[in-house]
Design a protein around this ligand. Sequence first.
Ligand code: R2B
Ligand code: URA
Length: 256
Amino acid sequence: SSSGSLPERDAYGKNGFVHIKNPHLDLLPEDILYHFDLGTKTHDLPSMFGDVKHGMGIPSISIMLHELIKLLHHAKCRDVTIIRIGTSGGIGIEPGSVVITDVAVDSFFRPQFEQVVLDKVVVRNTELHKELAEDLLQCSKEIASFPTIIGHTMCTYDFYEGQGRLDGALCSFSKEEKFEYLQRAFTAGVRNIEMESTVFAAMCYLCGLKAAVVCVTLLNRLEGDQIAESHETLTEYQKRPQQLIAAYIKKQLNIS
Ligand code: R2B
Ligand code: URA
């Protein structure tokens, strides 16, 4: 990759392998990952997980959620809270701001997700857990490290034309039309755009999971389309939702 010489890459070993900073680990005859119920002798971890890649967008997260929710069910987990964290494009807010979603909306700013089931369109609710969103906002005030707001999140099926970008391989609208659309989104209460929130909200709601969506904004879409901040800045931004959720979890567990 072009960012091979950046300091963050030092955390990784040669050939892209994850570097474990623990000299004792190599001396273990077997490493048992107790909480995952996996071990290096009992399981062929490279063949089980060596090709793990994370997808993007509604189809990827929906497949993952089907199986995660069934796993929670089979494991008889109770009172589960599930939080999607990630990146997004902001609308009219400072880059690096974190948006806690109150409702995920589609490209028409409708608070719904349309799932095609057989040959019918089933419309599902995309509201998120209000109290959880408020608790997360409160947490962000306590850590006070970066701007955080509650707002609507628009979920699209595409990163380029689907998010009104002028820099895709295809573009079938004018600059003026782009701004008019983003302006209307802002007026409708949309503060950021990403690609998973509607199906996430819909599935969690139907399955009775307390759910939140917390995404950092990498840019202000009223100012541009390209993600041009430095690798360092983007890495720092991406840590923000994790920092907020870590603070929330600590608070829930009463750890200071
Ligand atoms: C946010 O970032 C990704 C696109 O760059 C996508 O997964 C999303 O929702
Ligand atoms: N992710 C998106 O989906 N859009 C952006 O603009 C940035 C990150």
